[in-house]
Structure formats: structure tokens, C-alpha cells
Design a protein around this ligand. Structure first.
Ligand SMILES: *[C@@H]1O[C@H](CO)[C@@H](O)[C@H](O)[C@H]1NC(C)=O
Ligand SMILES: *[C@@H]1O[C@H](CO)[C@@H](O)[C@H](O)[C@H]1NC(C)=O
Length: 351
């Protein structure tokens, strides 16, 4: 993933480098007024340590999440020691403002093996708003037979940085809300990024393990009024050399997916997109490519109902407006404390 950035930067023109730099700036700076409407202090977090050896506050990640008071109004930073956590985890809707952080995705793994329902199978489910995940591997090891979600994201204002999200079918249920994924590696074969969220994926690596024809996205926007869709900005697509992978197919009639300034390896199917057996959707989907490059990016054989868009058309998707503005992306906290403040908990109860 680290290498992807430099390869791309050398292959795209200065104009676009400027765009990416501006984007990175917009995304990395969360103004101090970001959460002014709420009472949350974003510079200070309650620190909870998870360590399987017993030297932290908890041995299991779920126990640490359970320890956060309902309707917490303080930022919580859960620091996870390297290790393999065999857990199926839920961040409930009444526990916002949690950051869950490993030190390196390669050494901090949350793993489970479940299949069937897309809402029942996830190894990790985020139902809370204002969640941040950092330096974690989240995997569903079930394999090829059936829907096996690794990560479901159903809260609003959720961000993942430097994470690895691994499964085969339906890896990332990008369900609802506004989300930002930066420097993440997402692996799967069939519809491996799907759902009806509004999401910006920046500098992410999408890797297909399909042996036949796989599909990266199945975005579910259902009407022109919905402001949802997936944008991939400066990403990289690779795949199993014995298979090929489509960029997307419409789970919803108004499915919207944009790939911009993205490297596409030969694994990307020349047709690019599929209508999932329903040709009436060809006229309602919005499937666009903007200045993608690499052996799989040629548009000669692309389905005629996909589009190559201009800079002007692309711009609306390449700003954080797509995910509701930059206000909610918060920097990592700089001060830590132990324990929840009694005043905050009390104030919460009274409200
Ligand atoms: C948390 O907030 C919700 C919604 O306002 C409320 O229904 C619930 O009772 C609260 N829980 C606690 C423990 O205060
Ligand atoms: C095809 O898609 C349209 C628009 O979403 C829908 O109304 C129709 O029922 C679909 N047809 C089939 C056969 O699924």
C-alpha cells in the first residue's frame, strides 16, 4: 500500500497531484470547531488498554467496548496490543466517539468465521456514530461458500485508517451513513464492497481473489434523491491472475460508483461493469471513471452505459462533500486520561 502512492504519483499529471494534495489536506485537517455542536472534547480521550496477557485493562476487545458507558460524551481510545483476537465484535449504537487502534494492521488481527446472513455474519459490526478504526486486520475466514462479512459499517461519520479487511464474498458491508477509508486493503471476490453508504476510499488497495469473474462493488443507491455512492480516489486494483474482476454491478437501481485516478491491473475485466441481468438499470446507474490508468483501465471495451467523466463532472465526488464535509473527520487525540469523568456521566444521565 505504501508503494502504491509513489507509483501513482509518478504516473499522473501535476494537475491531479495538486488535486490529491488539496484533498489530503481537506481530509487530514479537522477544524477545532468540528464537533462544536456536541460537548465532546476531541483532544483528550479516555484510554483503555486491551492486552491478552492480562497486563491491560481488559483481555478482550468486546469487554473494553462494553465498559464504555451508554451515551458516552467523552472520546474513548481503546489501544489494542498486537495479537490475534478470536472475537465477534459489535460497537453498539449508544456508544459513539470510540477509536479502536492497533499498532500495525499486520500484527493486530480480529478474526471469526461465520457465514449466512449479511447482518449476522460480520466479524466486526459498527452501529455507533463517530467511530474510528486504525491499524487493524478484520477478517472472516469462512472462505468461499456463502455470504461472509468481515466488517459492517452502519454508523454515521465513521473512518478507518490503515486497516486490512479480508474475506471472500461480501467482505465489507458499507451499509449506511457517511464513511471515510484511508490507506486500507480490502480483499474479496464477490460484491466485496457493498451497501448503501456514502463513502470515500482514498489510497486504498482493492484486491480480488476471484478465480472466475468477481465483482468489487454492489452499491445499493435506490433513488436519485439518495446522496449515497462509493468514490475510489487514487486507489489501486489488483487481482488473482487466473480470474477477472468487474468494477461494479447495481444492487440498487440508482447504484453510484466512481473510480478516479486509480490504478487498474490486468485483472480488471475489459467490460468493466455489469447490469446484474437487468438491462433497465443501465439507464439509471451512475458508473464513472476519471483518469484511471494501468493495463486494466482501457475503455475501448467498456459497456456503453458506463461513462468517462470530465474533471468538472468528477470534482463533486472528489471533495469531502460526498461524505458530508470535512467537519467530522477528527485527528487522533493528543491527551489521554484514565477513567470516565463522573461529571460527564452524571450530565448524561440528567439529559
Ligand atoms: C441513551 O440515549 C438513548 C436515546 O436518547 C436513550 O433511549 C437511552 O435510555 C439512553 N441510555 C442511558 C443508559 O442513558
Ligand atoms: C429491473 O430493475 C427495475 C428497476 O430497478 C425494477 O423495477 C424491475 O423489477 C427489475 N426487473 C427484474 C426482472 O428484476
Amino acid at each position: 500500500m505504501e508503494g502504491a502512492g509513489s507509483v501513482m504519483l509518478s504516473q499522473i499529471c501535476r494537475h491531479d497531484v495538486v488535486l490529491i494534495v488539496v484533498m489530503s489536506y481537506l481530509l487530514s485537517v479537522a477544524p477545532s470547531s468540528a464537533l462544536a455542536a456536541s460537548t465532546v472534547d476531541t483532544s483528550t480521550a479516555v484510554l483503555i488498554r486491551v492486552d491478552p496477557s492480562g497486563q491491560g485493562d481488559f483481555k478482550k476487545i468486546q469487554d473494553a467496548i462494553d465498559a464504555v458507558p451508554s451515551n458516552n460524551s467523552e472520546l474513548v481510545f481503546i489501544l489494542v496490543k498486537p495479537g490475534t483476537y478470536r472475537e465477534k465484535i459489535v460497537v453498539p449504537a449508544d456508544k459513539p466517539y470510540i477509536t479502536l487502534s492497533g499498532r500495525q494492521a499486520s500484527s493486530t488481527t480480529i478474526t471469526w468465521d461465520d457465514a449466512g446472513d449479511i447482518f449476522g455474519s460480520p466479524t466486526f459490526a459498527v452501529l455507533a456514530s463517530d467511530f474510528v478504526g486504525r491499524y487493524l486486520t478484520i477478517e472472516n475466514t469462512h472462505g468461499k461458500m456463502g455470504k461472509a462479512v468481515a466488517l459492517r459499517v452502519a454508523g454515521d461519520r465513521v473512518a478507518f485508517y490503515n486497516c486490512r479487511i479480508l474475506s471472500y464474498q461480501d467482505t465489507l458491508l458499507d451499509d449506511q451513513g457517511r464513511h471515510y477509508y484511508s490507506n486500507c486493503f480490502v480483499q474479496g471476490a464477490i460484491d466485496f464492497i457493498f451497501g448503501n453508504a456514502a463513502s470515500l476510499f482514498q489510497k486504498c488497495h482493492l484486491h480480488s481473489v476471484a478465480e472466475g469473474v468477481g465483482t468489487i462493488t454492489a452499491q445499493k443507491r435506490m433513488s436519485p434523491e439518495e446522496n449515497t455512492g462509493f468514490t475510489f480516489l487514487a486507489c489501486k486494483i489488483t487481482g488473482n491472475p487466473t480470474g477477472s474482476v468487474l468494477l461494479g454491478r447495481p444492487w440498487g437501481a440508482y447504484s453510484r460508483v466512481i473510480y478516479a485516478l486509480t490504478y487498474m491491473s490486468p485483472a480488471v475485466s475489459p467490460l468493466g461493469w455489469d447490469d446484474w441481468g437487468n438491462s433497465s438499470r443501465q439507464s439509471t446507474v451512475y458508473y464513472a471513471e476519471y483518469k484511471c490508468y494501468g493495463p486494466g483501465a482501457g475503455r475501448e471495451k467498456r459497456v456503453a452505459w458506463s461513462r468517462s467523466i470530465t474533471r468538472q463532472e468528477a470534482e463533486q465526488f472528489l471533495t469531502t462533500d460526498m461524505i458530508g464535509g470535512r467537519g467530522w473527520l477528527r485527528p487522533a487525540p493528543i491527551h489521554f486520561k484514565k477513567g470516565f469523568s463522573a461529571i460527564a456521566v452524571k450530565a448524561n444521565k440528567n439529559n
